[in-house]
Design a protein around this ligand. Structure first.
Ligand SMILES: [Zn+2]
Length: 400
């Protein structure tokens, strides 16, 4: 039996006035997702326990079948795993966004989609002027970078009670009340403040402003944590897996689960990603893995920008170039199951991730059709099938 999981990140949403009172999933033309709903089942799953932050880290951990209440240690350690960074017992990984904060307002949590080249130069300046011997600024992709704290023989100052707000939760809002707090927060706040001076007159920012782009005003530190120890997926569920994604968070999760990671040229983690290439690579991977998982960040990015039209378009591209061809290939090769589910809702209204149930659809060998004929929040809301602990969906998907 072959399994496919397609994750349109953050696609679950509310009815939109601009879409005639429909949700983006309802408004988008998604015949292939609807076909899965029609021949299989739809339901709801809650991937973010109330006590944890509503992030892609917690939600995808749950969607991939691990209870976040016992397995989640922070987002940055997952991204460190993606980059092959080893964390010792007293080390912490910290997410280090390059952001644009102007007049204490989060103007852009991506620093105007700063390029990887520019980010690398700015982080080198931070490393030279701020790092000392405990810190390593590690460039990633665009605004998504890491700071590694090496504790050595001493326990790090950060604990489970250290609070730091993800910058994408602050879009267009005041940051005044959302600087890190709790154990070790002084250390984080000092670094963030000091980075303002390092970046202010930096040639990278001067050049950006000349081009009419926003500058990267400072680093924003969050997502800190020690390395989690996850039991391998093959041990827990008895299947091998492979992940296609453009974001380090999912790469890291896959690495920690013992899954293969398949890199697709043209996968950007943004609205311009090469959907068709992702679909092709997923199909090509089928003979070599039990589970192929395709994660697409684009719907989430559209929500962060509050762009309903872009969200609908992203869903249509995923349906046409990934869900359709992959489902056809699965049918052609024999027994299979296919699951479509986002990790968490990202309402266009709030432009950020939220708690709450997401709709899923499952079809394939041994799955008996329910009454639903479309894949969306309303159809899922009518279904009796619901997983309050979303991590239990994986077992249902694999074994039901
Ligand atoms: Zn997400």
């Amino acid at each position: 039996m072959k399994y496919a999981i397609i994750i349109p990140d953050g696609c679950a949403d509310e009815p939109q006035e601009s879409l005639g009172g429909r949700t983006p999933l309802q408004a988008a033309s998604t015949p292939n997702m609807d076909a899965i709903a029609a021949m299989g089942v739809v339901g709801r799953a809650n991937n973010v326990p109330a006590s944890l932050p509503a992030g892609s880290d917690v939600a995808n951990l749950s969607l991939l079948g691990y209870d976040p209440l016992t397995n989640f240690t922070g987002r940055a350690p997952l991204e460190a795993a993606a980059q092959g960074i080893q964390l010792g017992p007293n080390d912490c990984a910290i997410r280090c966004n390059l952001v644009t904060v102007i007049d204490q307002t989060m103007r852009d949590f991506t620093a105007d989609h700063i390029s990887t080249e520019e980010a690398t130069v700015l982080l080198a300046a931070a490393q030279a002027q701020l790092a000392g011997d405990r810190l390593e600024f590690v460039p990633g992709v665009s605004y998504r970078n890491l700071l590694i704290y090496r504790g050595g023989d001493t326990v790090p100052p950060f604990t489970i009670d250290t609070r730091a707000t993800p910058p994408h939760d602050l879009t267009d809002k005041s940051v005044m009340d959302d600087y890190p707090r709790g154990p070790g927060s002084d250390y984080l706040n000092e670094l963030m403040a000091e980075s303002v001076a390092v970046f202010a007159e930096h040639p990278v920012n001067i050049a950006r402003q000349k081009q009419g782009r926003l500058p990267a005003t400072n680093v924003w530190l969050w997502g800190q944590g020690r390395a989690p120890s996850l039991p391998p997926f093959s041990q827990v569920y008895g299947k091998t897996g492979a992940m296609i994604t453009a974001v380090d968070l999912l790469r890291g999760l896959a690495a920690l689960l013992g899954w293969k990671r398949i890199e697709v040229p043209g996968a950007t983690g943004y609205l311009d990603t090469d959907y068709a290439a992702k679909g092709r690579y997923a199909i090509d991977a089928l003979p070599t893995t039990d589970i192929i998982c395709v994660h697409v960040e684009a719907p989430d990015e559209a929500s962060h920008e509050g762009n309903a039209t872009a969200k609908v378009k992203a869903l249509e591209e995923i349906d046409r170039h990934i869900v359709g061809p992959l489902h056809a290939a699965l049918k052609a090769q024999g027994e299979y199951r296919i699951l479509v589910s986002p990790d968490h809702p990202t309402p266009l209204r709030t432009k950020t991730h939220s708690h709450g149930a997401v709709p899923f659809a499952i079809a394939g060998t041994g799955v008996t059709a329910d009454a639903a004929t479309t894949y969306d929040e309303v159809a899922a809301g009518r279904s009796p099938l619901s997983f309050e602990e979303g991590w239990r969906l994986m077992k249902y998907f694999l074994n039901s």
